[in-house]
Design a protein around this ligand. Structure first.
Ligand code: GAL
Length: 385
């Protein structure tokens, strides 16, 4: 079973799911093939190598949307719509989520385990108060946010923590969303928004400014270390998906007292969405084992145990909000009421090749190997292909 949930709160989420699997299928041996690296930064390349060598795992984690479509187009995964019938899942998930897992002819290629929100600002209210700032962390736009980053910088703390490239791309997507708005942000992925426009230039300038307020050790870190800087009060802010809530909760931190979690600056009312799902690869060595795993993933019990530990919300619509934390109850409400857009850094918005090209361009820019003009041109080229 192949994921990138290899350590910390992500592994705790996986362990909770495996606990349910072992109860439901005591006769099947679970083999954990997790490969470390947030957002699949190492796992996805390795998976591709295995799939091309006809050496697939029995099941692997894939993001709903464009990333899953890559595996469908390459004929690397099987249609599992028969399992939806067999496990009674046909009406268990929101229709637009199932659409992102399907082809037009009604084939469905994976079973979703959860829904995450990418546009969350995590803040340490004590650090904000010490700097004389509003501890709520709520910002209507990036100008107001940047003004406070300047204050924090003068106060001698890290204004905003970030980690290696994929987390910088994650930050970039929330900046594009804030400056362009939900509609024009979505247009970046279907060609209706021009990557060469002045609006995108303005967003990239804001990205450059925000990056200038981040920790200098960023490229050697993954998300848990960047989030930890907020937990420890070394940094005021971190923009990260809501898997981060599991890290705060694991360390007994209280929402509202020890940390705040709000829509990232300038994105209130929008839910930047991603979902993990699980597949049956073509040529899986133990398809009966896969089937059992997929049954657990789709079950109410599996989704409840997994998501309560992982920070995400269940993909199933019949889960009881009372089984989840205060943060998650808020996320369930936002998912129901907000405008939904697709995450770039987590496979919902673009194919893997496009994301890789955007990541390379971002890394060149943030390490000083290209200037803003070149960055914008490279982003435009990456998305044309
Ligand atoms: C995302 C994934 C989440 C979480 C995160 C950090 O891509 O969908 O479940 O694992 O990466 O690694």
């Amino acid at each position: 079973m192949f994921t990138w949930w290899a350590a910390g709160s992500e592994k705790a989420g996986l362990d909770a799911l495996v606990g349910v699997f072992q109860e439901q299928h005591p006769d099947i041996e679970f083999v954990n093939g997790a490969v470390a690296g947030g957002a699949g930064s190492a796992a996805k390349d390795l998976l591709q190598t295995r799939l091309q060598a006809q050496d697939p795992p029995d099941t692997f984690q894939a993001h709903a949307g464009a990333e899953l479509q890559d595996y469908i187009d390459a004929a690397q995964i099987e249609d599992v719509s028969g399992l939806y019938e067999e496990f009674g899942l046909t009406d268990a998930f929101p229709a637009d989520l199932v659409e992102r897992l399907s082809t037009e002819d009604g084939a469905i290629y994976s079973i979703p385990s959860n829904i995450h929100r990418a546009n969350v600002l995590w803040a340490n209210p004590a650090v904000l108060e010490d700097a004389g700032l509003d501890p709520s962390g709520e910002y209507e736009d990036l100008d107001a946010f940047i003004a406070d980053l300047e204050e924090l910088d003068e106060a001698g703390v890290t204004p905003i923590s970030v980690a290696t490239t994929w987390t910088q791309v994650h930050l970039l997507e929330t900046v594009l969303l804030a400056d362009l708005g939900a509609q024009a942000y979505s247009g970046l992925w279907d060609g209706s928004t021009d990557w060469s426009s002045d609006e995108v230039t303005g967003a990239l300038e804001d990205f450059e400014t925000i990056m200038s307020f981040t920790n200098s050790d960023r490229d050697g870190l993954d998300w848990p270390e960047a989030t930890q800087q907020v937990i420890d009060g070394q940094a005021a802010f971190n923009i990260m998906g809501d898997w981060a809530v599991a890290a705060f909760e694991e360390q007994d931190k209280e929402l509202g007292t020890d940390f705040v979690a709000v829509a990232s600056p300038g994105t209130a009312g929008t839910f930047d969405f991603l979902a993990d799902s699980f597949t049956l690869p073509v040529g899986a060595p133990h398809p009966e084992g896969t089937k059992a795993w997929l049954e657990t993933i789709g079950s109410l019990e599996g989704q409840t145990a997994f998501n309560a530990a992982k920070g995400s919300i269940p993909a199933r619509t019949d889960a009881d909000p009372a089984d989840f934390s205060e943060y998650q109850q808020g996320a369930i409400e936002s998912f129901a009421n907000d405008t939904i857009v697709s995450s770039l850094a987590h496979g919902a918005a673009t194919p893997v090749a496009t994301l890789n090209a955007i990541s390379d361009a971002t890394s060149k820019f943030t390490t000083g190997a290209s200037d803003l003009d070149a960055f914008q041109t490279e982003l435009a080229t990456a998305t044309q292909s």
